[in-house]
Design a protein around this ligand. Sequence first.
Ligand code: SF4
Length: 184
Amino acid sequence: MLLEKIENFDIFRPKMDSTKEVLHAIATFTADISPAFPYVNAELGGWDYDQTNQALLLKLSDGKWITLHPQKIAIRGARDIEEAKALLAWIQAQINDIYARREAVTPRFTSQAGLKVMEILKLLPMTNCKACGYAACMAYAAALREGEISLKACQPLWEEKYREKREKLEAYLQSYGWRALDEI
Ligand code: SF4
């Protein structure tokens, strides 16, 4: 097991704004979990993977983030202590499970942060019809990049006349390991 023991787990309110009703948490350990990063990035769709500094950022729903460092896991935005503990247990289990299966996982070194809003926009119908709930395709493209909405929400894109654009957009998103935030 790659990450067997967590030596320390500190849960605290963010110093920048102690009035915020969220908690941050930092777990530290002596094991080096960085060998798991390309596999975790592949399976969980990391938002940003910095190979130089060995940091993998996972963006969860509801404004929560988990950042993996070789000997540290940082959790941002937990609602309470129980959720912080649950998130740590979840990511620890994911790291161990994915690393144990690594031979069957294709490692991924790209990340969603490389996606460009303008490239996404070019592959949308660009009619600004508002059917997705956004005022314009540009706003939808920005939300899509962040993983805040699914591709299905742009109904016109699924019409036959936009098939080529849709397929190119799906391929573009997949090349960066894109996923909607509610898919974890
Ligand atoms: S539904 Fe699609 S085409 Fe219409 S505004 Fe939204 S992104 Fe643009």
